[in-house]
Design a binder for this molecule. Structure first.
Ligand code: PLP
Length: 384
């Protein structure tokens, strides 16, 4: 066999990749993530299967809308909903889904957003459900109509109502999800539920569309461990089709900047596949093991108290709350956080109230629970 490679001019041969330590080169520090899936801390690490899919995607050209269609169909089958689309994040899904309710599939309206003159342009929301991320809904040009209670909600509905927005993780929900959906259905108003940070558990990916929300949103790069620049918009077929027309690759649309390419599309699809298949019980057991390891270590310092808490809706995973008697251990929680951040290896913990240190174990990599256990103990011990 002739060696074909030998005929390729050296200048065109693909160089063997060198192993570069980019973060070191750039002087950008890495850290052990005992915080959780925070965007500013780059959220989660993708499943190896997702990285493989992204690499696969990067090697051929495809027609983008064909891939969008096919991936959406596969995700909808997996999550047992009518339709699905991959967005460039949960916030992007909020914008695209809102645009679907305001401009729909009307080409003139799509081109004109965020100028909403002559369109249905009001979004009803419970006052307690206003939050930072609703900026992504306002990007479409809509006006929020805030309501308190069922009667006011029903009175607010009129011919300008485009959509009703629900924030799944709100700690105050006077009008329950079930009643919210029932009222919306009675008046034929589409509903959207932002559940960005609410998976795991696995079931929630199917439950909220089955409950009757017309659109449900998840972050791709939080607990699902897909690309951090991806998200999911799940729900009614007509609305997903309209959402697709209001975003990239269509140049003259409000969502053109919210592009997803083939890498995010395949990466997100494989993240969903991997996430729903994983052994949820074994995963939880491992988290409990990590908690025990950290608790055993830090509670050996006299005056330290620990408690494991699981938030009810978002980030529904074990968090260790560490408090201590400051008469015995003379250091403030914020200075423990600083010592962990500035130590070697650097450790980030969950942002929390000033009276405690909170550790999330779900983003730790193998053998890191041991390191976190040892470092927190050292810092507390040295102040006692
Ligand atoms: C994180 C989050 C978002 C934004 O998610 P991205 O995927 O980063 O765009 C939106 N809504 C809520 C409730 C979130 O927690």
């Amino acid at each position: 066999m002739p060696v074909i490679g030998s005929l390729v001019p050296a200048s065109l041969a693909v160089a063997a990749p060198t192993r570069r330590d980019f973060y070191k080169e750039l002087g950008v520090g890495t850290f052990i993530n005992a915080a959780g899936t925070y965007t500013t801390l780059t959220a989660s690490l993708m499943w190896p299967e997702v990285v493989q899919a992204i690499e696969y995607a990067s090697k051929s050209f495809v027609r983008l809308t064909d891939l969008h269609d096919a991936v959406g169909k596969r995700i909808a089958e997996l999550l047992e909903c009518e339709a699905a689309m991959v967005s460039s994040g949960a916030a992007a899904a909020l914008t695209c889904g809102t645009a679907a309710c305001v401009a729909g599939t009307n080409p003139e309206f799509i081109r004109r957003l965020p100028d909403i003159a002559g369109m249905k342009n009001e979004v009803i929301v419970q006052k307690t459900h206003r939050y930072g991320y609703d900026h992504a809904v306002r990007n479409v040009g809509i006006k929020f109509v805030e309501v308190e209670g069922e009667a006011e909600l029903e009175r607010a509905i009129n011919e300008k109502t485009a959509m009703m927005l629900f924030f799944n993780a709100s700690d105050k929900t006077p009008v329950s999800a079930e009643r919210f959906i029932a009222i919306a259905k009675k008046h034929k108003i589409p509903t959207m539920n932002d559940a960005a940070a609410d998976a795991p558990p696995t079931g929630v990916l199917k439950d909220l569309t089955k409950l009757g929300f017309d659109m449900v949103i998840f972050s791709g790069g939080k607990g699902i461990r897909g690309p951090q620049s991806a998200g999911l918009l799940l729900g009614r077929k007509d609305l997903i089709e309209a959402a697709r027309l209001n975003t990239s690759p269509y140049s003259d649309s409000v969502g053109r900047g919210l592009k997803v390419n083939k890498e995010e599309l395949l990466g997100m699809m494989v993240a969903v596949e991997t996430f729903v298949k994983r052994d949820e019980k074994a995963e939880w057991k491992e988290w409990e093991r990590r908690c025990k390891q950290i608790i055993d270590s830090v509670s050996s310092v006299k005056g330290v108290n620990t408690e494991v808490k699981v938030p009810q809706i978002s980030n529904r995973v074990p968090h260790i709350h560490i408090t201590w008697d400051e008469a015995k251990i003379k250091i403030k929680p914020k200075d423990v956080v600083k010592a962990l951040r500035e130590g070697t290896p650097a450790i980030e913990v969950t942002p929390s109230p000033a009276d405690r240190v909170v550790v999330a174990v779900w983003m730790l990599q193998p053998n890191e629970a041991e390191i976190v256990a040892k470092r927190i103990r050292e810092v507390l011990k040295s102040a006692s």
